[in-house]
Design a protein around this ligand. Structure first.
Ligand code: NAD
Length: 252
């Protein structure tokens, strides 16, 4: 419940939302969904070309930034905030066996996938605490719960997001702020297309076979979960990780 009262189911009218990595894939679907629900959306992304096209379509604002750069994130939040909703979605994967990775690879993957979540949350939380309302939604991965052959560092970063989300939920419940994570399975996005371009049909088959529903998910299916978690109706849900993965996560 906010000062303005409870909004109808599926509506975010007047809410100010920040979506990292909102130019493409899952983030773009979340931007479309939130803007369609009446939110004022800021897209934080390195890919300003695609972000600008989307922003024009849905009436959003673009902030160019590298989410792993905490100072840049703080500047964007200070310029465009405060935010009621923060979706930490930006991420990158890099398929390689762990023994073939370097400390530079670890730093890059942890920076973009995990430090980015610290940075955006750290910048946005004080205003949420003052407003006594907030929604933090962190995009992790089923790889966090299941592990990933060829994605050890990525999985570790995504596992860190789940633990971080629970801690932020504990620290901020008293302010009326919820923090939850979404764990996608294989979702049809540019990130997945890049992986399939390298791994071929064998990888695609393995990914779909790992789901109970035997198919890829669509970005809009992840956005639907994000919209729900952002809504007033999800006020009693915090610290959770919701799989949007065709049942992939139930063995975890
Ligand atoms: N697609 C999947 O199958 C899948 C599965 C599990 C988890 N995820 C997670 O979902 C999230 C979105 O993935 P996606 O598939 O839509 O990826 P994507 O590559 O299609 O889109 C990611 C977006 O993040 C942006 N980005 C990347 N690095 C950035 C940086 N340093 N600063 C700012 N923006 C940056 C990119 O420009 C892009 O717009 C990621 O966190 C990813 O790990 C995806």
């Amino acid at each position: 419940m906010t000062a303005g009262g409870t909004l109808p189911f599926g509506r975010l009218d007047g809410r100010r939302a920040f979506v990292s990595g909102g130019a493409n894939g899952i983030g773009a679907a979340i931007v479309r969904s939130f803007a369609g629900a009446g939110a004022k959306v800021v897209i934080g992304d390195l890919d300003v070309a695609n972000a600008a096209v989307l922003a024009e379509q849905v009436g959003a604002v673009v902030a160019k930034l590298d989410v792993s750069d905490a100072a840049a994130v703080a500047a964007v939040v200070s310029q465009h905030g405060p935010f009621d909703i923060v979706v930490n979605n930006a991420g990158v994967d890099q398929h390689a066996f762990f023994t073939d990775t370097s400390p530079q690879d670890w730093a890059k993957l942890i920076g973009i996938n995990l430090v980015s979540v610290f940075a955006c949350t750290h910048a946005a939380l004080p205003a949420m605490q003052s407003a006594r309302f907030g929604r933090i939604i962190n995009v992790t991965s089923e790889a966090a719960r299941l592990g990933s052959k060829g994605g050890a560092v990525y999985s570790a970063a995504k596992g860190g997001i789940i633990a971080f989300t629970r801690s932020i939920a504990r620290e901020n419940a008293r302010f009326g702020i919820t923090a939850n994570a979404i764990a996608p399975g294989p979702i049809r996005t540019p990130m997945l297309e890049q992986a399939v371009a390298k791994g071929g049909d064998k990888l695609l088959g393995a990914m779909t076979d790992a789901t109970l529903l035997r198919r890829l998910g669509e970005p809009e299916e992840v956005a639907a979960a994000a919209l729900f978690l952002a809504s007033d109706q999800a006020a009693y849900i915090t610290g959770e990780t919701i799989g949007v993965s065709g049942g992939m996560g139930i063995s975890a």
